[in-house]
Design a protein around this ligand. Structure first.
Ligand code: BGP
Length: 461
């Protein structure tokens, strides 16, 4: 029997991208950010030695791309502003060339009836500020809020949906715990301070926005629902702690304005509370988000530790649980991430039941595939696996909405294949492929499927 998956009217159909991954660092005038610096100093850390200079060249080709977005059924698109492009030194003078560029992009989107969702920070700390300690330095909070205010003043007349950060936990984990991003620190105490300062910067920007503008402002979190191996109390505890560290550490302060008491207790017990000031509590409490972007790629399966942690090893979240490789789980064989479509539903139910049913949307979800050229037939990548992936997640999102969840849209990661940090061009995610030599864009099969789905505001199966 055919089932209809019709979405509420006004549903946001689109995709997401970020400045560093698409614009091309060498295009226009831009101050250095940590990616430029890291690539200059350690190019071997990047897949095939490819850095942020080698991109789809959105900077020069955005008109063509926006035309393609329109043809792909987009009524919304998330981009990010590169802080170091708008304010090359991180603080002070604004770069007029960048203002012109972002104005043109925003105007072009609006002219094509595509709502611009603008994110202020996607892993791209200006190098001048990183040299002063980056998010470890409390002064950087003021620099960020000043940058946010500049962006609101310049573009806020047309941009009505803002985000302060994309996946703020990623720079914390990758940059300060696991040696995966610059500055390659491995120190939980410093990581916790970075996480805390990021949330203060977030709240400062929310405050500034609400004081002067009437649009919406939110944050984009990569939520990884935690599933325990079993209902054994030790596994349940492991899962609860994983959830505290990786979801609630940002979700609670962003939506409820306060950190979970259990997280505070845990950090206190191990002597890892961050340095705070008395006024921080009110700043967080009074400046919660209007909406939430949810990036969902994979769940987190955990179990109680097989062995007690070595009491002399430095504090790490991995002290409290082990990863659990559930037998039979469905893996994306190319990216090595589990595909668990129901996770999207579980997140939405959690937001409904525990976070006041805050307005949200899927701000990233996608399937990275290596060597996608293998799937070319008659000049086009036949990415049926991506269509199935999107459909599978949309079905669960649809169910969540039918049960009263406040989910307003779905954005694929990403519009066209892009440079992905250390993975460079290893995994391709786009509706469009890009010939990196000629920069020619070619629609994949998923682009036409999405266009039709967006146009019908759903699909049937
Ligand atoms: C998300 C980031 C994106 C993008 C995506 C895919 O976490 O917000 O910027 O990188 O992951 O990542 P990857 O290319 O490493 O598979």
């Amino acid at each position: 029997m055919t089932k209809n998956y019709q979405f509420p009217s006004g549903f946001w159909w689109g995709s997401a991208a970020s400045a560093t991954q698409t614009e091309g660092s060498h295009n226009g005038t831009k101050g250095k950010d940590i990616w430029d610096h890291w690539f200059e100093t350690e190019p071997n850390r990047f897949f095939e030695g490819v850095g942020p200079y080698y991109t789809s060249d959105f900077y020069n080709r955005f008109k063509e791309d926006i035309k393609n977005m329109k043809a792909t059924g987009h009524n919304s698109f998330r981009l990010s502003i590169a802080w170091a492009r708008l304010i090359p030194a991180g603080t002070g003078e604004v770069n007029q060339e960048a203002v012109d560029f972002y104005n043109q992009v925003i105007n072009e989107l609006i002219a094509n009836e595509i709502e611009p969702f603008v994110n202020l920070y996607h892993f791209d700390m200006p190098m001048t500020l990183q040299e002063k300690g980056g998010w470890e330095n409390r002064d950087v909070i003021d620099a960020y809020v000043a940058y946010a205010q500049q962006a609101f003043a310049l573009f806020g007349d047309r941009v009505k949906t803002w985000f302060t950060f994309n996946e703020p936990i990623v720079p914390v984990e990758a940059g300060y715990l696991y040696d995966m991003h610059y500055p390659n620190v491995v120190d939980a105490r410093r990581a916790i301070q970075v996480a805390y300062h990021t949330m203060l910067a977030h709240a400062g920007a929310v405050k500034a926005y609400h004081q002067a503008y009437d649009g919406k402002i939110g944050i984009i979190l990569n939520l990884t629902p935690s599933y325990p191996r079993s209902q054994h109390p030790a596994d349940l505890k492991a899962s609860r702690i994983a959830n505290l560290f990786f979801n609630r550490s940002f979700l609670d302060p962003a939506v409820k304005g306060e950190y979970p008491a259990e997280l505070i207790e845990l950090l206190k017990e191990y002597g890892h509370l961050p340095t705070t000031l008395p006024e921080d509590r009110a700043l967080l409490k009074e400046n919660t988000v209007d909406l939430l972007g949810v990036n969902y790629y994979q769940p987190r399966r955990v179990k109680a530790k097989d062995h007690l942690p070595n009491p002399h090893s430095p504090f790490m979240p991995s002290w409290f649980f082990d990863r659990y490789e559930m037998p039979g789980r469905n893996m994306n064989p190319y990216r090595g991430w589990e595909i668990y479509e129901k996770g999207i539903y579980d997140i939405m139910i959690d937001l409904k039941e525990n976070y006041g049913n805050i307005e949200s949307f899927i701000s990233e979800n996608g399937m990275g595939v290596q060597d996608e050229q293998r799937f070319i037939k008659e000049g086009r990548i036949e990415d049926d696996y991506r269509i199935e992936f999107i459909k599978g997640h949309l079905k669960w999102l649809h169910k969540a909405i039918s049960e009263g969840c406040n989910a307003k849209g779905y954005h694929l990661w990403t519009f066209m294949d892009n440079w992905s940090w250390m993975n460079a061009y290893k995994n391709r995610y786009g509706f469009f492929s890009v010939n990196l030599e000629t920069k020619e864009r070619t629609a994949k099969k998923s682009a036409s499927w999405f266009a039709e789905t967006a146009q019908k505001n759903g699909f049937s199966e």
